[in-house]
Design a protein around this ligand. Structure first.
Ligand code: ADP
Ligand code: GLC
Length: 496
């Protein structure tokens, strides 16, 4: 019998994206289908997303077929409920994608915030509506309640809460899984909003969703879900400590076991041998195409490194998490290090300004592109020699995985998923092909500078060693197979 799985999330490729969450949720339907097929089973996956303006634009641009299901309801929330329509499309792998169409909540330029990066003040209502509307329609469109409801991050965290309270009779057998992609974003709302969101009074207990008198949606989701996962084994351990626990470490230690399941990547979308976004293609045994990508990136960036100088890259949200400020500290030293840098990112306005300024002052050594540009991210990752990720914390991180697959050596703070995916046995081991990148232990300019100096020296003085690291990275298997099989196992264990 086919296992029925409903996914609820606030973003998924190709429809809408602000970060790695979209890559993961977009890849899960196929990953789960393939893992099930490999085990001689079958699954039916449906995904529920908000109909953002970004989704509408994607659909219009690609002439994608979207149908109106004819379902138009009011999600029963405070104040007479929230009206929505339900639209449907087929995803890349034949999975059903349902869009909650409520223009008064979703038809805006940003997914979560406005052009000045100020969060919308009705995000609580917006994502409560996503959960509530999905639960209202799910049994009707899925031919009965799903076996598993797998929700992602705080935006979907009210779904397990509603499931166990308002919908317990409609979904007697459905089990829920909450995946935390980032514990730093919890969806904290004033306690006074409980009525407007129609959240059960039981939510207010301290070992549930109560949080210093407020409502904490992620914490509530963790309390009510049948299982909680996060996206790497190391991050699952780290969030039990005050340093990484974002004020929930005590709650996690006392109440909620969190399983770490490492993300995979979409190895078709990110394949240097076939990537249509690259000016030339290559693989681990034929690296000439990568040199072409590098040349064209340098030309586009207007950089002219001296022979032996490494080209470093950054593709990142500009947020405290990512340690982008540590990179800024080192820009004036690129000259001495013997490296050039290309940066693509956006987010925190202060960091954006700081990098614009650095790009202007140190224009021979750094080129900065402020913005969100997926096509450029492929060309940048392919064209660079090394990629910097000095994250202060990193639940999993996908960009370092893309980099390794593209023969671009990651230089990372040894934290979270970066520690789990980048192997650094020291210079000798690296040069012998036994490692995949450079790690450092302290997220400080000195720590990053130390790793950078090692990398740049290896690049300049031991080209064969550098090539061994590139090839070792390119031969890693970061596909979804193992992780998707682990999710399926978890679903089965829950009785799905
Ligand atoms: P996070 O989700 O915390 O931002 P990840 O490394 O998991 O970090 O995923 C980031 C995703 O967003 C990757 O697919 C990366 O390529 C993409 N990305 C980040 N910043 C940009 C940008 N400015 N332009 C295009 N893609 C970006
Ligand atoms: C979050 C995390 C990132 C992770 C991504 C996908 O955005 O910051 O580390 O890779 O989710 O799980």
């Amino acid at each position: 019998m086919s296992l029925k799985i409903a996914l609820i999330a606030s973003e998924a490729v190709p429809w809408c994206k602000s970060g790695g969450l979209a890559d993961v949720v977009g890849a899960l339907p196929r990953a789960l289908q393939e893992a099930a097929n490999a085990a001689g089973e079958s699954v039916e996956v449906a995904l529920f997303l908000p109909m953002y303006r970004q989704v509408r634009q994607f659909i219009a641009r690609h002439g994608h077929q979207v149908t109106d299901t004819g379902i138009a309801l009011r999600a029963p929330m405070g104040g007479g409920g929230e009206p929505f329509r339900l639209l449907h499309a087929y995803g890349r792998d034949g999975e059903s994608v349902y869009f909650i169409d409520a223009p008064h909540r979703y038809d805006r330029d940003g997914l979560y915030d406005d052009a000045d990066h100020r969060a919308f003040d009705d995000n609580g209502e917006r994502f409560a509506l996503l959960c509530r509307a999905a639960l209202e329609v799910m049994p009707r469109v899925m031919g009965g309640p799903p076996d598993i409801l797998h929700v992602h991050d705080w935006q979907a965290s009210l779904a397990p809460v509603y499931l166990k309270t308002r919908y317990r009779h409609a979904y007697p057998k459905t089990r829920s899984v909450l995946t935390i992609h980032n514990l730093a974003y919890q969806g904290v709302l004033p306690g006074s909003m409980r009525g407007a969101l129609d959240i059960d009074a039981s939510f207010l207990q301290p070992d549930r969703g109560e949080y210093y008198g407020n409502l904490n949606l992620l914490k509530g989701g963790m309390a009510y879900a049948d299982a909680v996962t996060t996206v790497s084994p190391t991050y699952a351990r780290e969030i039990r400590t005050p340093h990484y626990g974002c004020n929930l470490d005590g709650f996690v230690r006392a109440h909620v076991p969190v399983y770490g399941i490492l993300n995979g990547i979409d190895t078709d979308a990110w394949n240097p041998a076939t990537d249509p976004l690259l000016p030339a293609r290559y693989d681990a045994d034929h690296l000439e195409g990568k040199a072409v990508c590098r040349e064209l990136l340098l030309e586009a960036a207007g950089l002219r490194p001296a022979p032996g100088e490494a080209l470093l890259g950054v593709v990142s949200r500009f947020a405290g998490q990512k340690g982008i400020d540590l990179i800024a500290e080192l820009v004036p030293h690129l000259h001495h290090l013997g490296a050039r840098l290309v940066v693509l990112g956006d987010g925190d306005p202060e960091l954006e300004d700081r990098f614009r300024w650095l790009g202007w002052v140190f224009s021979h050594h750094i080129t900065v592109r402020i913005g969100f540009d997926p096509a450029l991210s492929h060309r940048l990752i392919a064209g660079c020699d090394a990629l910097l990720m000095p994250s202060r914390f990193e639940p999993c991180g996908l960009t370092q995985l893309y980099a390794m697959r593209y023969g671009t050596v990651p230089i990372v703070h040894a934290v979270g998923g970066l520690r789990d995916t980048v192997v650094d046995p020291g210079d000798a081991g690296l040069a012998a092909g036994e490692g995949t990148g450079f790690r450092f232990e302290h997220p400080t300019p000195e720590g990053l500078g130390w790793a950078l100096a090692r990398a740049v020296r290896m690049y300049r003085e031991r080209p064969a060693g550098w090539r061994a690291i590139m090839q070792a990275g390119m031969r890693q298997d970061f596909s979804w197979a193992r992780s998707a099989a682990t999710y399926l196992e978890l679903y089965r264990r829950l009785g799905g």
